[in-house]
Design a binder for this molecule. Sequence first.
Ligand code: PAF
Length: 294
Amino acid sequence: MKTVHTLADLRALLTAAPSAPVFVPTMGNLHEGHLDLIRQARAISDSAAIQGSPVVASIFVNRLQFGPNEDFDRYPRTLARDAELLAGAGCDILFAPDEAELYPEPQGYKVVPPPELADILEGAFRPGFFTGVCTVVHKLFNIVQPRAAVFGKKDYQQLMVIRNMVRQMGLPIDIVGGETMRSAEGLALSSRNGYLSDAERAEALTLIRLLRGVQTELRASERLTPELLQRCEESAMAELRQRGWAPDYVMVRRQKDLHHATADELAVGLASTPLVTLVAAKLGATRLIDNLEV
Ligand code: PAF
């Protein structure tokens, strides 16, 4: 694997490659979940139709997507370890620009996603987050010019927002969703799990237990209604609060656009309107998100 830090070095490598890359953008501090995305990218690039595509990963902690009181400064930077892990997972090129390389001047042009996708759920609690994400991802897409890019389903709304950006902007990139990797007990792997104490790590399993509870209840229900969904959300929120969490939301939404399913859609059933439960909650100082399709 080659590690490059400048656009010029990256371009030189990509120009020499036989075909367009498969890309996995990250912010580093990698875990098995990221490595699984790299393996997925490797499999895409090794598939017959697009032989010879290098797998490119980027590591860039993108200031634009962090709010003023978020963890930009303390976000772990672990480049040497990340590079070893990426090489072991089958990555060909690591692009790790510094801020001056990616934002040589203040980024005045931004990619602003539509409010109906980006101002709900995560966007409601992290104003400007998806503008920061779309701006850097669009920029990285322009630089790397991948044929396909892999994003984790752990960031369910991010994946949806990026898919929509790619479609509306006419970018010729296949967006592939990678399944969430979990610990043996069910905790969704996340770079932010490193902030948790041992006791918090055990408590964090509450999220997947609640998500599975909602999934079981809705799948078993003879008649889905908006009121039932709301009861599930409220009881999960109440349990989180009672256990000492500060939940931002627990919401059961349509998979396709993360909006509420209508009573008519629910009456027809999950097969025609698949749902997903999404949760975001703070445990101590650490904000965790997770989701489970119903
Ligand atoms: O999911 C992430 O790690 C980031 O939001 C991304 C897509 C790398 C953009 O900075």
